[in-house]
Design a protein around this ligand. Structure first.
Ligand SMILES: [Zn+2]
Length: 239
């Protein structure tokens, strides 16, 4: 990861973000004048911009390395037509953790300052670029897949204090994020090993319906969840 070509420039960025939370992908547009670096490795270019002059250079470097490590793997597995040029924007005005839309991933410098090891937020966010779904509904599935990907491809989850939570009564597959990610992993291990690939493809092609679960696994998502709740172990057991 040491031989990027780097170019520094100023440009006007039209930020277009969609919030990641389920059922509320609000879009808004704001012009910003920024300076940034354009980093290229192979066929991928990352434009790294920030409006926070105090942003930690090591965190920046770690985020860049995570991008060039995981993004090509995500593209290769899920969507070979993904964008090859992505913008990262460290934005002091952003109050969440991160959000992605239109090829721009926006990150909170305050969050990254307090959680400098949590650089696999990048792994999650750039999966939203790969997803490029026709519709991001159901949001729980969109976010569950992004956290599944973070679990599988993340490079610093342990040091970042990030892990899948154990199953607990009261959870639902609609909880999104890590809860859904663990369920997807369980379905993958015990029922159908292409579940994430096929769900992701259907979402991108706009062909997802709730019936797809039964079509792929023989069981509805509620039936799968009930079975999961009874034996949520991710270990394969042979009887
Ligand atoms: Zn997300």
């Amino acid at each position: 990861m040491s031989n990027f070509s780097i170019r520094t420039f100023a440009f006007i960025l039209l930020v277009c973000t969609a919030t990641g939370a389920s059922a509320q992908h609000r879009r808004h547009h704001q012009p910003h004048v920024l300076t940034g670096d354009s980093l290229t490795s192979g066929k991928y270019t990352l434009i790294f911009t920030s409006n926070d002059p105090g942003f930690d250079s090591l965190t920046r470097r770690n985020m860049i390395n995570v991008f060039f490590t995981v993004y090509p793997q995500e593209v290769e597995r899920f969507n070979k037509n993904s964008l090859t040029r992505i913008v990262f924007f460290i934005d002091t005005a952003y109050e969440g953790v991160a959000a992605t839309g239109g090829g721009v991933a926006r990150y909170s410098p305050a969050y990254l300052k307090a959680h400098a090891q949590d650089v696999d937020v990048v792994t999650h966010e750039v999966m939203h670029v790969v997803q490029a779904y026709r519709s991001y509904e159901p949001g729980w599935l969109t976010e569950g897949i992004a956290d599944y990907v973070r679990y599988v491809y993340g490079v610093n989850n342990k040091n970042g204090g990030w892990k899948l939570p154990d199953y607990k009564a009261g959870q639902s597959y609609q909880n999104a994020y890590r809860v859904t990610a663990r369920f997807l992993l369980w379905v993958e291990k015990h029922k159908y090993n292409k579940i994430v690939d096929d769900m992701d493809k259907a979402m991108r092609e706009g062909t997802y319906t709730p019936e797809l679960w039964a079509k792929l696994t023989g069981k509805t998502v509620d039936e799968l969840w009930n079975e999961y709740a009874q034996n949520p172990s991710l270990e394969l057991s042979y009887k």
